[in-house]
Ligand binder design. Structure first.
Ligand SMILES: Cc1cc2nc3c(=O)[nH]c(=O)nc-3n(C[C@H](O)[C@H](O)[C@H](O)COP(=O)(O)OP(=O)(O)OC[C@H]3O[C@@H](n4cnc5c(N)ncnc54)[C@H](O)[C@@H]3O)c2cc1C
Length: 263
């Protein structure tokens, strides 16, 4: 590791000011950024830790019933504190990586990174959640813009994520056994006005909504409703863990499992 400066502000305003300096970068749990720095793939001059900011920590319930999660909240806290309000989201958080990753990694870091195999992006897109930053609110449908790409501007901080709570939901992950990232993960959420289906791990474009399945499930919320529906293998990720065709097949399998678990 090379030398760098480290600051740990106590407020969002101070963090935003620190990130305004050239060469500064936000640090969440460091589960992605620190290994990247060790490999010399990133070399920020100053790390601005967000984990000491009380207003970015923890879980609360908004007046409209939405669950609000602070941007620097670790996965283990989400798993524990959201369980009573949004079990599918808590279940997702409780199966991220291993205990060390869950105790350090944060929801804001995961969403800012937008790894194509990460779990949280599917919950955010599948719930139609809102990503709140220090300057604006971004709807999930506008936030994810491709593999490792988001609507965030340079130095913008994810301060909170707001999840509307569905009637029923489930996340089913076919995990890569070494890392526990999703080979394919599907988040299904049934709201009064329709069903949302978000798929992670599968596409070269990152997390996406499977709209054909959403239409079928909005008409009939049962696993049989998506019989005969398929996603094209073209555009899926193909690697040593699974071919494009295998991932495309898994999308249907995991969606059925998610619907069955939710129902
Ligand atoms: C062994 C291992 C297994 C894992 N398994 C899974 C898994 O099964 N599922 C899964 O979903 N993930 C998995 N992860 C990813 C992990 O859960 C972390 O969420 C992820 O690495 C990034 O979160 P972080 O808080 O550590 O962010 P960091 O590594 O600190 O930062 C990542 C990026 O986000 C930026 N950033 C951080 N916080 C914010 C913020 N609040 N606002 C704006 N930008 C920010 C940083 O500048 C950096 O660019 C795994 C990681 C490891 C190392």
């Amino acid at each position: 590791m090379y030398n760098f400066d480290f600051v740990r502000p106590k407020t969002i305003a101070d963090a935003a000011a620190a990130l305004g300096h050239e060469g500064a970068q936000a640090l969440g749990g460091g589960q992605t950024l620190l290994p990247t720095m060790k490999q010399r793939l990133a070399s920020p001059e100053t790390l601005v830790s967000l984990t000491g900011i009380p207003e970015m920590q923890g879980v609360c319930k908004a007046d409209d019933g939405a669950i609000c999660i602070g941007g620097a909240t670790p996965h283990a806290v989400v798993a524990a504190e959201v369980a009573a309000h949004y079990p599918a989201l808590a279940g997702l958080a409780s199966h991220i990586g291993d205990p060390a990753v869950r105790n350090r990694g944060t929801i804001g870091g995961s969403l800012a990174n937008n790894d194509p195999s990460a779990c949280y992006p599917s919950a955010v897109l599948g719930s139609g959640a809102t990503v709140v930053t220090n300057t604006r609110q971004i709807a999930a449908d506008d936030y994810f813009q491709g593999m490792f790409t988001t609507a965030l501007h340079e130095g913008e901080i994810i301060t909170e994520v707001r999840f509307p709570v569905p009637e029923k939901a489930s996340y089913q992950k076919f995990e890569q056994p070494a890392s526990r990232f999703a080979l394919v993960g599907v988040f299904v959420a049934k709201y009064a006005d329709g069903v949302r289906v978000a798929v992670t791990g599968a596409s070269e474009e990152g997390v996406f909504r499977w709209t054909e399945a959403e239409e079928a499930l909005s008409a009939n919320f049962s696993a049989d409703a998506i019989n005969g529906l398929t996603v094209p293998a073209d555009g899926m990720i193909g690697d040593l863990h699974g071919s494009k065709e295998y991932r495309a097949h898994l999308v249907g399998v995991m969606t059925k499992r998610a619907v069955a678990a939710a129902a």
